[in-house]
Design a protein. Structure first.
Lengths: 324, 339
């Protein structure tokens, strides 16, 4: 058991993946000599060399396109996008190539690419530096999308993602990089594409992923004081969604609230609400409610507290659901 | 590959010879001092925790914005970068609204909604700083196209870094402008680094200006620590644009004194002290003051007055910004659409 920050856990997970497989190559802007602006790749270039931890020019489309060629020839590129908003110059390559080549080649060309994106707000930054772009990727068939919330999931998840033969958008909650937890690096990890019940409850099922998992757990604790028993599920995988545990839970609680930082309209919550409704219609006591960011560009730092879902907004949704 | 720092030698050119009159020199001086004072204060406020978000400061590069923007009028349009305060100030943006924006207050240029990387002032043709590297380049090409349609003799100018010259948007914009022969000037502020990566590690050319040839565009390299030299080079490019002779690229070799972001930034050394000192020894403002005094064109007291006035302006603006209210959270969803 060691105590690790989420950032350090990612760093150790990347190191382990590079040790385990010589075909793993890291690419990104300032990830080598500097170790990345969030220091997630700190020390890796020193130990694995400049050919395996590559400081690329400022060229996101070039980085992703290069990754496609590497993947076609048997390598496992891990691309760091410095901040969420900088992924869009690469969006073309991700959506038109990375996502489609396996199907286009009728299964002959897997795309074992991991696209690491520090996402979400809460660090006092602005537009382009605090966004939650997961729905764009989850909407694209051929991509898998995961979001980690804890140091243990970060440590194992990054290794599992790198080992996966499919392309994965790997979302890292940047505001939780510095949060610590105990990690048993010898443990057998849960599969990557599984949701996980974090807290059992009987009155309502609360779903979250990435940075909002902590908020959801806090909400459950606060609701307990009011005598409400809330089950919290960390979705972990956004595409494919793994909702079996959610369905089981909602059939017991009859109520469901989904939380994410991304704007509510056509966010992951919309898809989840549809599926829960389709599958658990007769068990529902209330409509599935969504708590998300507003349908605006990401606000300036002085307004982000008002934009981001927080304890109050989550508890308010819990109240509304219970009041139905 | 050997680690290589910014190449200082190429800026060690003979000082420009153009015999500028006192008014022109003072104009360049004032623009530079305004940037220096604004940025020094902004850096200080950031380090003391008064300003939210990220700040990419322009200290050291003043001669580029000053020299380039001295060639434009308010009708000419510019697009800027993540390191955009210098361009806004040198184009004539006011300290009060600039500081208010940095503080995130309603009296700022974006009503506190944009912050450092999104300041714009349409009244003086400043179309915006930009948090996405390279994004401003094609936008300036569009503004230049509009200028040609409008037929009002105005032009566009766009600023970008050495690092930005590696992103596709630069190459698409340069080619588009050249093919359409649009009145736009590409000003590369080559400070030798893209974040923490030295130029020699992110491109194989010494001069970004060489890239212009690939698009059939004239270019020149100038000393970015010499406001007069920048002004001369940009003047030639601007004259070509106004004469309908298409786009040009001007590369100014310069240096940022502070870290990529903030003042001390990540505190991870990637530049040697000798390198930093060598560039500071050629400080653009000191260079101009010394030359003007030696030539007897401007009295040193005039320069002192500019510093004094500018500092007073900053004190006033910071007080103004602090007193300005924060945006009302109830307006959070406003302005996303026109209705
Ligand atoms: C598309 C995109 N990728 C990455 C970044 C992060 N970033 C901000 S500035 C910068 C380096 C820019 O270097 P340069 O163009 O030389 O400008 P300088 O900072 O030196 O003024 C990077 C990589 C970004 N803002 N946008
Ligand atoms: Mg640069």
């Amino acid at each position: 058991m060691t105590t690790l920050t989420l950032g350090k856990a990612l760093n150790m997970g990347l190191r382990k993946a590079m040790e385990d497989d010589p075909k793993v190559v890291l690419m990104g802007e300032d990830i080598g000599k500097l170790g990345g602006v969030f220091r997630i790749t700190d020390g890796l270039q020193k130990d694995f060399g400049e050919d395996r931890v590559v400081d690329t020019p400022l060229a996101e489309a070039g980085i992703l396109g290069t990754a496609v060629g590497l993947a076609m020839r048997g390598y496992r590129p891990v691309c760091e996008i410095q901040f969420d908003g900088f992924v869009f110059p690469a969006y073309n390559q991700i959506v038109t190539q990375v996502a489609k080549i396996h199907a286009r080649s009728r299964g002959r060309l897997p795309m074992p690419i991991v696209i690491r994106i520090p996402f979400g707000g809460g660090i006092g930054a602005v537009e382009h530096h605090s966004e939650s772009p997961e729905a764009y990727f989850a909407h694209t068939a051929g991509l898998k999308v995961v979001a980690v919330a804890t140091p243990a999931d970060a440590y194992f998840g990054i290794q599992q993602a790198i080992a996966s033969p499919d392309p994965i958008v790997f979302l890292e909650p940047k505001r939780r990089y510095w949060e610590k937890a105990d990690v048993d690096t010898d443990a057998t990890p849960d599969p990557l594409f599984r949701s996980r019940v974090l807290r059992a409850g009987d009155d309502l099922t609360l779903l979250a992923y990435g940075p909002m998992v902590k908020t959801a757990l806090q909400a459950a604790t606060a609701a307990e004081d009011e005598g409400r028993s809330i089950e919290v599920v960390d979705l972990r995988t956004l595409s494919p969604l793994d909702l079996d545990a959610v369905y089981e839970s909602v059939r017991r609680t009859g109520r469901c609230v989904v939380v994410h930082e991304a704007p509510t309209t056509l966010g992951l919550g919309a898809e989840i609400a549809a599926r829960v409704t389709e599958t658990c219609f007769h068990s529902l006591e209330a409509p599935v409610l969504r708590v998300g960011g507003y349908d605006t560009p990401y606000p300036p730092s002085k307004l982000e507290e008002d934009y981001l879902p927080d304890l109050d907004r989550v508890l308010d949704a819990v109240d509304r659901s219970m009041g139905f | 590959m050997e680690p290589v720092g910014a190449v200082a030698t190429r800026t060690d050119r003979a000082p420009s010879v153009e015999g500028l009159d006192a008014a022109s020199l003072l104009d360049l001086h004032r623009r530079m001092v305004r940037i220096r004072v604004f940025e020094t204060e902004a850096g200080r406020l950031m380090e003391s925790g008064d300003l939210p978000g990220f700040l990419h400061l322009y200290v050291g590069q003043e001669a580029v914005a000053a020299g380039a923007l001295a060639t434009l009028t308010d009708a000419d349009q510019i697009t800027s970068t993540h390191r955009g305060h210098g361009h806004a100030v040198a184009k004539g943006a006011g300290f009060r609204k600039m500081f208010a924006e940095l503080f995130g207050r309603v009296d700022g240029y974006c009503h506190g909604r944009g912050g450092s990387m999104h300041i714009n002032d349409l009244s003086i043709g400043m179309l915006g700083a930009n948090g996405i590297v390279g994004a401003g380049l094609p936008i300036a090409v569009g503004a230049a196209f509009a200028a040609r349609y409008r037929g009002d003799g105005s032009i566009a100018m766009t600023f970008f870094g050495d690092g930005a010259s590696n992103i596709g948007a630069f190459h698409e914009a340069a080619n588009m402008a050249a093919v359409l022969q649009l009145p736009v000037v590409f000003v590369c502020e080559n400070n030798g680094y893209a974040e923490f990566t030295a130029q020699a590690r992110h491109m194989r050319l010494d001069d970004v200006a060489d890239r212009a040839a690939a698009y059939g565009m004239p270019s020149e390299v100038c000393d970015g620590m010499d406001a007069v030299a920048v002004r001369q080079a940009c003047r030639r490019a601007v004259d070509r644009a106004r004469a309908g002779e298409g786009p040009s690229l001007v590369e100014a070799k310069t240096y940022r004194y502070y870290d990529h972001q903030g003042v001390k930034g990540l505190r991870k050394p990637y530049r040697t002290q000798e390198e930093i000192d060598a560039w500071k020894a050629r400080d653009a403002i000191e260079l101009l003051e010394a030359r003007a005094a030696a030539d007897g064109v401007v009295d040193a007291a005039e320069f002192a007055r500019v510093w004094e006035e500018t500092r007073a302006d900053a004190v006033d603006a910071i007080a103004f910004a602090r007193a300005s209210p924060l945006p009302d959270p109830a307006t959070l969803t406003r302005d996303v659409y026109t209705d």
